[in-house]
Design a protein around this ligand. Structure first.
Ligand code: ZN
Length: 152
């Protein structure tokens, strides 16, 4: 278990398309464990592998005290649309209003390679979509319709 450094906007690693995971091995488990430690230290809602410099399709989300580990996540369907406030551990100094689907259905693999399915809506859905964007090199700052500068 270890805290890893979180890459910041401007680092090219955040702009690459991540590769599919093919081995559900000890190395993947180490990456996930380190990402969990790093997320807890940073007190965020989610973290994607490129944010710790690893170009693999892996992200984690912690929402309502439940931790989700997503390997090779795929968006199966989405419905509706809503605008809400987002920030990112890789983007210091501002947040932004971003339009995203209201409801989503995703599939992914857990750390052992078992296929999982999940439906989410509202802010819960938003956190998954934000993290999944990271796997394609997309940041919320690319999509925001209004920039919100943090006070102080
Ligand atoms: Zn982010």
């Amino acid at each position: 278990m270890a805290i890893r450094n979180i890459t910041q906007m401007g680092d090219p690693v955040l702009r690459k398309r991540c590769k599919e995971v093919t081995a559900f091995d000890a190395r993947l488990h180490q990456l996930l464990d380190d990402m969990i430690d790093t997320l807890h230290k940073a007190e965020g809602l989610g973290l994607a592998a490129p944010q710790v410099g690893v170009l693999k399709r892996v992200c984690i989300v912690e929402y309502d005290d439940v931790l989700y580990e997503l390997v090779n996540p795929v968006l199966l369907s989405s419905n509706g649309s809503c605008v809400d406030n987002e920030g990112c551990l890789s983007v210091a100094g501002f947040r932004g209003l971003v339009r995203r689907p209201q409801q989503i259905e995703i599939s992914y693999f857990d750390r052992h390679g078992n296929k999982q399915h999940l439906e989410a809506e509202g802010y819960f859905a938003r956190v998954f979509l934000h993290e999944m964007d990271h796997l394609d090199g997309v940041l919320f700052a690319d999509k925001m319709i209004k920039k919100i500068i943090d006070e102080d």
